[in-house]
Design a protein around this ligand. Structure first.
Ligand code: TEU
Ligand code: CA
Length: 535
């Protein structure tokens, strides 16, 4: 049998610190708020936290634009608070995984400020290029839309795959890689257990020549998963592999199972990768151009990755994605949609990642105007859309549907000021009066209670963690698979549709089900079942 690593056995919870819990009433989440909620996370049953960036940041991209990798954004607290979080979490057997942002820094980082002088030793920390008679050096488009080239006062350009306040680092300069070895050593010495590597397969730009082909808003250019990109990741991982039992989970862009397996092939590069394919089944060629969610498309993508990649990082939400409950479920079936997704996430093969608020079925925010958005990506896309003459009404609807701010509204701890007694940095969802931790703790049946139970079912049943997976024949929109470990076999059957589905079902031991009744030959809308014992 597989002797699993700790990160294969963990149930990981992603905290977006700005929106988790505010303890000094400035309307902004902080590290002391996370410390305060460790008992809650312990009670829920998670044993690792992926912490989105808490470093000193210019807050253009709320932490993903870093000014100092060795210190904490004073809005979130101090380095001592961070050390205390690590200590308290460790006491509760909760590991801390930090966000490692290698592709770029903030344009307010000292390195970048120095690099503006062409003779500076930091000039080659970034990617500068002369334009062609004042025009941008190549046709690349960025992830936030528009050109990746920002003109400087000197008339040349620097590269930024994301916002212009996030200049890309130049990994052709070995000093940059050495800087990240120091950063990793610093945090590993403080006792963190791993890194979530931001956009980890695009940070090495082999050539700056024109792209092969370009999708709107996201060029599939030469910088995807270059050979040197692999080598650098391997070098960083191997630098610490012998001295630390740590893990690296890579956030990957524009990837397929083969590229994922390339990143996972040497055990000294990445341990896990987040893929996007299943999160792109309800869009056309990028997130802003949506198409209707079809359960069978989501099922197809999940089955593809489950059969072609041995150990996935499974997720349906994070700080970049709209909330999943109505995206992959149905507003008329809130409880069943949320608990169906819970069963799916926690019974697939691989490591499950739960995003803050997903465990209580938090929903998108009902934005009504552009000035409510704080996300740089949403603002940039609006600007670009207006330049392209996209009608305001249509443009607003695109952004309202897909804005990352949908996932960043404050955590709903109770009916009123659970997150903060001050006005939150981003408006809290008024439906917190119905959807919140406190009331779901008290209710006999709630999404939160279901998550806690399902996390425990996973822990108590080796097939769900260590078991192999094989898919069975099911009606359209129903996902069915067996998880087998030694002589134990569990059957998981999940109706991802809002229709009743006919399917012969054994009534043998039901381990968990998100409906009160199990119908012999029928699956109710969003009914999810785990059937144990003899099948
Ligand atoms: O996201 C990288 C990335 O691929 C996202 O830009 C994604 O494509 C988009 O948000 C959804 O379409 C990482 C971080 O998760 C994100 O929060 C940062 O803004 C980005 O990198 C830059 O650091
Ligand atoms: Ca605060």
């Amino acid at each position: 049998d597989m002797n699993l690593t700790w990160w294969q056995q963990m149930v990981c919870y992603q905290v977006y610190p700005r929106s988790f819990k505010d303890t000094n009433n400035d309307g902004i989440g902080d590290i002391n708020g996370i410390i305060e909620k460790l008992d809650y996370l312990s009670w829920l049953g998670v044993n690792a936290i992926w912490l989105s960036p808490v470093y000193v940041s210019a807050n253009d991209d709320f932490g993903y634009d870093i000014i100092d990798y060795y210190d904490i954004n004073q809005e979130y607290g101090t380095l001592d608070d961070m050390k205390r979080l690590i200590e308290k979490a460790t006491e509760k057997n909760i590991k801390i995984i930090m966000d490692l942002v290698m592709n770029h820094t903030s344009d307010e980082h000292p390195w970048f400020i120095e690099s503006k002088d062409p003779n500076s030793a930091y000039r080659d920390y970034y990617i500068y290029k002369e334009g062609k008679n004042g025009k941008v050096p190549n046709n690349w488009t960025g992830f936030f839309g528009g050109s990746v080239w920002q003109k400087t006062e000197r008339g040349d350009f620097y590269l930024h795959l994301f916002s212009h306040k996030q200049p890309d680092l130049n990994f052709k300069n070995p000093k940059v890689k050495e800087e990240f070895k120091k950063i990793m050593a610093f945090w590993l010495d403080l006792g963190i257990a791993g890194f979530r590597c931001d956009v980890c397969n695009v940070f090495y730009k082999e050539s700056l020549e024109n792209g092969k082909f370009r999708l709107v808003l996201k060029g599939l250019e030469h910088y995807h998963q270059t050979k040197r990109n692999h080598e650098i990741l391997q070098e960083l991982k191997q630098a610490f592999n012998k001295d630390y039992d740590f893990m690296m989970v890579g956030e990957t862009v524009m990837i397929n199972p083969k590229m994922a397996n390339d990143l996972l092939s040497t055990e000294k590069e990445l341990d896990l990768v987040f893929s996007f394919e299943h999160m792109e089944t309800d869009q056309i060629n990028n997130k802003w151009f949506k198409r209707k969610h079809r359960p069978e498309r989501l099922i197809k993508a999940l089955m593809k990755w489950q059969t072609q990649v041995d150990w996935n990082a499974n997720y349906f939400e994070n700080h970049d994605q709209p909330r999943s409950v109505y995206r992959f479920g149905d507003k008329r079936y809130h409880y069943y949609s949320a608990t169906m997704l819970s069963t799916l996430l926690l019974s697939l093969r691989g490591t499950p990642f739960i995003y803050q608020g997903q465990e209580i079925g938090m929903t998108n925010f009902d934005f009504t105007q552009m000035d409510q958005f704080k996300d740089t990506e949403s603002k940039r896309i609006y600007e670009i859309g207006r330049k392209l003459r996209i009608p305001k009404k249509y443009l607003f609807k695109m952004i309202k549907t897909s804005s990352r701010d949908n996932a960043r509204t404050p955590m709903q701890w109770d009916t009123s000021e659970g997150f903060s007694q001050a006005v939150p940095w981003l408006a809290i969802n008024p439906n917190q009066k119905d959807i919140n931790v406190k009331s779901q703790m008290i209710q006999e049946k709630s999404v939160l209670k279901y998550y806690k139970k399902m996390i425990n079912v996973r822990k108590e049943n080796k097939p769900l963690v260590e078991g192999t997976i094989s898919f069975i024949k099911t009606p359209k929109g129903v996902l069915g698979f067996e998880r087998t470990y030694q002589d134990k076999k569990l059957l998981v059957v999940i109706n991802l549709t809002n229709k009743v589905k006919k399917m012969a079902l054994h009534r043998s031991q039901i381990l968990i089900n998100n409906y009160e009744t199990v119908l012999k030959h029928k699956l109710m809308p969003y009914q999810a079942l785990i059937i144990g014992g003899g099948l």
